[in-house]
Structure formats: C-alpha cells, structure tokens
Design a protein around this ligand. Structure first.
Ligand code: NG1
Ligand code: ZN
Length: 532
C-alpha cells in the first residue's frame, strides 16, 4: 500500500541512533534533543494511528522537556479530551521508538493497525506545538514527516505551553457537542481565562502585585499576553526570568523545579518581605509560590499548600451555595505529612493517595464531585465532574448569597484548566482566592506548618529491583528492606520515610520528614545508607 511504502521511505530520513533504548515514561519520551529525531518521527506515525482508532478525533503532540535542562527535549501525546495518552498505547510508543530498521517499523505499524482493526484509509487529525528549546524546530520537521508519511491531516500551533495545547485538543474534540470546552485557539484560551478571572474577582479589592519567575521559558510571553487580556485594572504581574531567546538559560538556576528541590529563591531575585512570588517551569504546567519574611527567611508555598487553599475555598463556596457536592483531594506519598493532617483533621476533606504521575492523580480526582489534585512539586488542577456542572448550572438559588457562590463556582470551573495542571490558570486561581480572603502569602502559609523534609536521589545498580505497594509508601522488594526503614522511622518524632524507583531517571528516591530539619536530614541519610 502507498502509505506503508511512504513510511519506509520517510523513515530512512530519520535513522534511529544505534544502541539507544527508548521508553515512553510518565513524561513521554524525554532525553537529549539530539537523540530524539527518529523518536519524534515515529510518534507522528503513532499519533496518526491513535486518531484513526478514535474515529478521526484530534490527537495532540507536545514537544517539550518541561523543567529539564535546555539541551534535553521530549515528546508526549495528548488524548482527545486533553488527557494523557491511554496507558495501553505507551507500549506501542516504546515499540515503535525501538524498531531496529525502517522495514521493522513499517511492519509494526501495520501489525498495530491490524491488531486494533484500524482502517488505514480513515481520517486522521493531529495538532502539535513545542516549547522554546533550540532543538524544537528540527523535531517539528521530523514530526511533520511522520504525519505526512502516515497521511494524517495536521495543524501546527507553533510555540505554546503544554496546558494550552491540552486545552486546544479538548476544544477541538468538544467543538461539535452541546458543551464545547472553548474556542480552539490561543486567543480563545486567553479570553476564557481572563473573562472567568474578572467574574471571580468582581467586587474584590485589586490583588497585590505578583512577581513571576518564568524560568526563561514559554510561560513568560504567554503570561504577559494573558495579563494584557485581563487588564492592569484587575491584575498587576511583574515577570522576571523572561529571556526566551537566551536558550541556554531555560530553567537555569530558576523555575519551579529549582525552587522546590533546592528550597530556595531563584538566583538573582531580591524579594521584598511579605510580597507574593511564583515560579513556573519550562513548559508552564507547574507552579510554586513563595515569599520572604522580615528576617529574609524563605517560605515555600508548594503544591500541597495550593491544594489545601483551593479545597478550602471551594468547600466553603459549596457550603454557602447550599449545593450538595463533595470536595476531595488527591495527593501522592510526597505530600507533606502536615498537609494531609490539616486536610483530614481540620478541613475534614477526604484524601486519596495515588502513585506518582499525573495520570494517576487525574483519574482519582475524577471520582469526586470536585476533585483537587496537586503533586507537591506544583503540578495540579481541580476537576468538576460533569454531573457537578449540571447541578450547578441548574441550581435555583434562594437568596443573593447563594447565587453569588454558585456564580463564583461556575466561573472557577472556567478559570481552572480542567484538562491538566496549568501554571497560568493555577496562578490566577491562587490570586483570586487570596483576593477573596484578603490574604497575603504569610496568612496563606499560616494555615499549617510543613514538616521539614528531605528528598535524596540515590543511584543504585538496578532500580527495577525496587518494588512498592500502598501508593509507593512501602517497599515489597528488595525483601526485608522495609522492616529496616520502619525501625529507623520509629526513632523520629513525626518521622516518615519511603523509597521508590524514579519513573523519569535512573535512580531511586528517598523521601524523609521529621519534626526538625536536623532529624529529617538525618533520617534521609540513614535510609539512603540502607540502600548501599
Ligand atoms: P519521578 O522521577 O518518577 O520521581 C518526577 C516527579 C513527579 C512527576 C514526574 C513527571 C518528584 C519526586 N517526582 O517523577 O512528581 O512530576 O517527575 O515529570 O518530584
Ligand atoms: Zn512541566
């Protein structure tokens, strides 16, 4: 068939580097940009097949390496409702990427089509975008070759944040339904968020200026445009680390990952006490907040703090409105113990704990009427179920107070990117809540005090030997190790520690928390020593 010979022909232009083993992990394929040409070409083929399997629904392909260094790049697929690629297809992605020859690749393409009864002559639609990395344009060219070889129709959305592309994919696929998600364009995204933000903050004092570290990535110019759409009467944003042309500075000594893992300010930032600061990552799907006090001490407001702020606010609005809906929070083992305790004991909000990886959190959050999920590193969002939306839309308020609360809830559902964690949407959400509460970062931080914690990366001979259960909180293999961890943890007040294999790096991670900084560090070191 013509398509198959095209694939073999185009594939010769994108040879697979010898000896490299690829794997589609929790963040798609991610490695040095120079090793990705053949992978991205092959992802193009897979995206075309995926769309055909779903009757021509539009699939997204995002080229980014998020918080990783500038020379890295990556590629991941977005399913029709803006979710991550369905897990069973990750295997095909890995298989295509590792095919040894052009012929083998073509055979696998045909084999997948046959196994899944995909008609190769049926329509196929794909949209794609990339972040600001230097290797992006060449990888886009490889992707286009893949899409062309597989005879897919495609649209190039050029430079976007990851969550913007998720939004656009969902808009396209819901465009002809009774509940379209929005206009499938970047302007549509800005309009939806800015309109919602203005409704949510209507009648409240103008929020104080927020300084945002954009990690020298795509989030900077996009946030600038979003703020312009909102207007300076409603919002003041000061963007720093916004040199997208200095490609080598992407995520360098700044950005959400740096601030969260180093637990310190972006290099060069000179903060004023008690003012609000935030850092985005390289593709603007993560955000953390922070401030310094009068003694210049740094205080981090991470994903756990965002989750509890959002859960409290939404729970209170639901109570005022009189609507019968339940808010739940989804966390991972990395959530600070104090945050879990605060949610359970003080807020009385139910918590689900899932393994690391956004798709697990997202699915668990879908089981609540309103599900708030955040990884401690600042990736997360809030999901309103379809039935909650219907309940809110048809609710007949008995008084203006109830009406106000319902209007705010509905506007929050529009302000929050429901497809995936979105730093720009989360930024507006936090600002809106703080302005409702007339809080600064210090008041927000005082809701509970984080236990000191330490995350250590340990390189081991074989990380696959580390198997866990109980949402990664307990080791089942290597056998016997968990008993020793338990014995250590018992010696520390408020001690907690767990060990798991990283899904994105060849290492295991040790997390420890305890009542004091000294003890948390000591526990982390002692548990790490058990692994040697
Ligand atoms: P791994 O490498 O599996 O720990 C890291 C982050 C996750 C998530 C993924 C995807 C930590 C401890 N882990 O996973 O939260 O963001 O990368 O990028 O931060
Ligand atoms: Zn990211």
């Amino acid at each position: 068939r013509q398509q198959l010979s095209q694939i073999t022909k185009f594939s010769t232009l994108h040879p697979r580097p010898e000896g490299h083993k690829y794997a589609y992990g929790t963040a798609g394929f991610r490695l040095l940009g120079s090793l990705l040409d053949s992978v991205v070409f092959r992802v193009g083929l897979l995206a075309a097949l995926r769309s055909r399997k779903l009757d021509g629904e539009t699939i997204g392909v995002m080229i980014t390496a998020s918080h990783n260094p500038p020379d890295d790049n990556g590629v991941k697929l977005i399913d029709p409702q803006g979710e991550m690629l369905e897990a069973s297809w990750e295997t095909y992605a890995t298989m295509f990427a590792n095919a040894e020859t052009d012929d083998e690749l073509t055979k696998e393409y045909l084999a997948v089509a046959e196994a899944l009864k995909i008609n190769l002559d049926s329509p196929s639609n794909v949209v794609f975008a990339r972040d600001t990395r230097a290797s992006g344009p060449a990888l886009v060219a490889a992707l286009k070759d893949g899409l062309q070889a597989a005879a897919a129709d495609y649209a190039d959305y050029r430079i976007l944040t990851t969550p913007q592309l998720h939004y656009i994919v969902k808009c396209i696929n819901t465009g002809k339904t009774v509940t379209p998600y929005g206009d499938p364009s970047e302007q549509g995204y800005f309009d939806k968020l800015s309109t919602a933000f203005k409704i949510v903050t209507k009648g409240k004092a103008k929020p104080p200026t927020v300084t945002v570290d954009a990690a020298n990535g795509v989030g900077g110019p996009k946030l600038k445009e979003l703020a312009r759409c909102i207007g300076s009467d409603y919002l003041d944003i000061n963007i720093v680390k916004n040199e997208i042309d200095a490609v080598e500075r992407l995520n360098f000594q700044c950005g959400a990952d740096f601030v969260k893992t180093q637990q310190k300010l972006p290099v060069g930032l000179e903060p004023a006490p008690f003012e609000l600061y935030a850092s985005l990552d390289g593709d603007a799907d993560r955000i953390v907040f922070y401030y310094v006090d009068e003694a210049n001490k740094f205080h981090l407001l991470d994903g756990d703090k965002i989750a509890s702020l959002a859960a409290t606010f939404i729970r209170d609005l639901i109570a005022v409105s009189g609507v019968d809906l339940q808010v739940g929070v989804v966390q991972t083992a990395y959530a600070n113990g104090s945050s879990s305790k605060y949610l359970t004991d003080i807020l009385k909000v139910p918590i689900t704990v899932t393994p690391t990886g956004v798709k697990h959190l997202h699915h668990a959050a879908q089981l609540f009427d309103v599900g708030v999920y955040f990884e401690a590193n600042g990736h997360g969002t809030v999901l309103f179920s379809n039935s909650s939306m219907k309940t809110l839309e048809s609710f007949e308020a008995q008084n203006p107070g109830q009406q106000d609360a319902v209007t705010t809830l509905l506007s929050l559902a529009a302000l929050i990117n429901q497809t995936v964690g979105d730093a720009l949407s989360d930024l507006l959400l936090v600002i809106a809540i703080l302005s409702h509460k007339a809080w600064g970062p210090n008041e927000w931080n005082l809701t509970y005090t984080d236990l000191p914690n330490r995350l250590v990366r340990v390189v081991v001979k074989d990380r696959t030997a580390f198997k866990t259960d109980d949402a990664e909180r307990r080791l089942v293999e290597p056998k016997g190790l968990q008993v020793h961890i338990d014995a250590l943890v018992k010696k520390y007040k408020s001690g907690r520690s767990f060990v798991r294999a990283s899904g994105t790096e060849d290492a295991v991670r040790v997390y420890a928390e305890a009542a004091t900084r000294l003890e948390a560090d000591e526990l982390a070191v002692k548990v790490s020593d058990l692994l040697k």
